[in-house]
Design a protein around this ligand. Sequence first.
Ligand code: SF4
Ligand code: SF4
Length: 163
Amino acid sequence: MFEQTGIPERDMIIEKFPPVERIDRGPVAIVECYKRIPCNPCETACRFNAIRVGEDINNIPVTDHEACTGCKVCISKCPGLAIMAVDGSKSKETVEISLPYEFLPLPQKGDQVSALDRAGNFVARVRVVSVLNPKSFDRTPVITIEADRKHMYDIRNIRTEEH
Ligand code: SF4
Ligand code: SF4
């Protein structure tokens, strides 16, 4: 299925996530790279050595979720938009999900937007809790939304009213 559609199956997605106990301690990167490709900006972007590709640049990156501080820098540096972050420390009912977003206009903090799954299907209406867009992110802003925990493994994109 993944080979035909490029859309990972649920067990593939869950395998990339750390245990819920880690998510509940604070933000953590989820590196959704599933194929061997010659690429490693994620590794060089992380000053905490939490993402390792290793000597063979084709290796699939491995994430050390304990070393990850959830700084979100790698989200902006991945050319494949393959990295997100999840933070379950704020509430028992919701999680904050941080996603790369390259469309304009950017949503604003407090906006309601549509959350989409990996196939582009609507999941839920969610609230934007922050928009990170410093120069160092080089035109790949990181949008953080708050979502019901039951959608933690589903949400992978957002759509504003304009798109
Ligand atoms: S979020 Fe920050 S600490 Fe975590 S893997 Fe990405 S760059 Fe490294
Ligand atoms: S930078 Fe992105 S696409 Fe490249 S290896 Fe890392 S996660 Fe995969």
